[in-house]
Design a protein. Structure first.
Length: 194
């Protein structure tokens, strides 16, 4: 798998944008296990860090700059946070997803996992031209959405379709042997005031 590429247009939208991509090779995923279940429980029960709201505000600003509407399509950690506050827990998915959801929730970071073995080509973070098709799910049912021009999307040759990143819920769940974890960061202290 090639390292991800971030289009220069992304920095025009958010000069403070930074990304960290980690490739974990040889990881063995499986059903949820006791360690992951416990970490997810602790993350749901933990008191939120005092800086979390400012950090999430920075993410809302970044998503607006990236063409998303945070109230409609919040970043992944915002969606996890709301669900954990509402339900007191998060659903178990599998060992890897449970762990990165726990880390995401505990540190207010939008983290996502990708099946590196399923990628074809180079993953790219780009600005949509408009009209790209995105596979998602709504109420557990597959759904196809058309992406608006200007929205930031992850794009690869996988299935010839883009992924609107953590701003929308993708129905493809990681089940592979290697995973790439994304952490996108816009520093709260450098966030633009409107």
């Amino acid at each position: 798998m090639n390292p991800p590429v971030i289009a220069p247009e992304i920095y025009a939208l958010r000069p403070d944008f930074a990304a960290l991509s980690i490739l974990v090779a040889g990881a063995r995923n499986g059903p949820s296990d006791p360690y992951g279940v416990e970490q997810l429980r602790l993350a749901c029960e933990a008191q939120e860090p005092e800086w979390a709201e400012a950090h999430l505000d920075a993410w809302r600003d970044a998503y607006r700059a990236f063409g998303a509407k945070p109230q409609r399509t919040p970043c992944s950690v915002e969606a996890l946070r709301k669900r954990a506050q509402r339900d007191g827990t998060l659903p178990l998915v599998n060992a890897v997803v449970d762990l990165y959801n726990a880390v995401s929730l505990r540190y207010a970071l939008p983290i996502g996992g990708e099946d590196a073995d399923a990628y074809a080509g180079t993953p790219r973070l780009v600005v949509a031209q408009g009209g790209e098709i995105f596979d998602t799910a709504q109420n557990g049912e597959p759904k196809i959405e058309v992406i608006d021009p200007g929205e930031v999307i992850r794009d690869s040759a996988e299935h010839g379709r883009p992924d609107a990143g953590n701003s929308r819920r993708n129905h493809r769940i990681w089940r592979g042997r290697a995973v790439r974890l994304y952490r996108r960061a816009c520093r709260p202290e450098s966030r633009r005031r409107r």
